[in-house]
Design a protein around this ligand. Structure first.
Ligand code: DC
Length: 235
């Protein structure tokens, strides 16, 4: 009998290693990977392009009307906004500068959380973000909270930006990360918190392989425990 497809929630601050780890875990398990930060970034890009007022009502309508799709592509994830590939555009500094503000609006969260639940409700999904284990799927079978030292997170984000060819200094990256963490953690709507039942993993000195293995061990342990319980109950 094949194991029940699970919901795996991975939350944490910027640069903690969520996306790479979540994508690899999904690959190993044959699950769908959903980067919910990319969805908030896509709405932010759409707002910039349409000069949308940064108000709850206007952004909510924009989020509802935006067709955002996440597709696997060459070991990465392609982000389509109304059919256009915006994978690179959503990582640029102008989007990063407003995404925390845009994602703090309740109307935007309502529209995107609804879609995230539709995608993940059947299980077989690894979803990363800030509120997956606390709000989107509080009943997720496996919940992980990834953290890392600020210096290490800055180093990773700087490397990513340089790989994309961006001209950005280490100080700028540090400033962005610190202010985004503060904003994301202190907003009224679904702030970044370690969800109840989440296992915290400090990735400061871990390799990606080690992070992936730790999460796969949590998955196996969940599956083993629950198959034993099911067998006892005669399911
Ligand atoms: O993971 P990221 O850095 O691409 O996320 C961009 C922003 O989106 C982040 O600063 C906060 C917001 N976000 C959120 O509020 N809730 C999520 N589930 C995912 C991201």
């Amino acid at each position: 009998m094949s194991a029940k497809p699970l919901i795996i929630a991975i939350d944490g601050p910027a640069g903690a290693g969520k996306s790479t780890t979540a994508r690899r875990v999904a690959e190993v398990l044959g699950y769908i990977y959903i980067d919910t930060g990319a969805m908030y970034r896509a709405v932010s890009l759409s707002a910039l392009r349409s000069s949308c007022a940064l108000t709850n009502e206007a952004l909510g309508l924009l989020a509802e009307a935006s067709d955002i799709r996440l597709e696997p592509s060459d070991g990465a994830q392609k982000v389509l906004l109304n059919g256009e590939d915006v994978s690179l555009a959503i990582r640029q500094a102008d989007v990063t500068a407003i995404v925390s503000q845009v994602s703090a609006f309740s109307s935007v969260r309502k529209a995107l959380v609804k879609r995230q639940r539709q995608i993940g409700e059947g299980g077989g999904v690894v979803m990363d973000g800030r509120d997956i284990g606390s709000v989107v799927f509080p009943h997720a079978e496996v919940k992980v909270f990834l953290v890392a030292d600020t210096d290490e997170r800055v180093r990773r984000r700087l490397l990513e930006a340089q790989t994309r060819g961006e001209q950005i200094t280490e100080d700028d990256v540090r400033q962005q990360i610190i202010s985004r963490d503060e904003y994301d953690s202190n907003r009224a709507e679904s702030p970044l918190i370690k969800a109840s039942g989440a296992v915290e993993i400090d990735t400061t000195t871990c390799t990606i392989d080690e992070q992936v293995q730790t999460i796969l061990d949590l998955v196996r342990s969940y599956q083993t425990t629950h198959s034993i319980v099911s067998a006892h109950l005669g399911f």
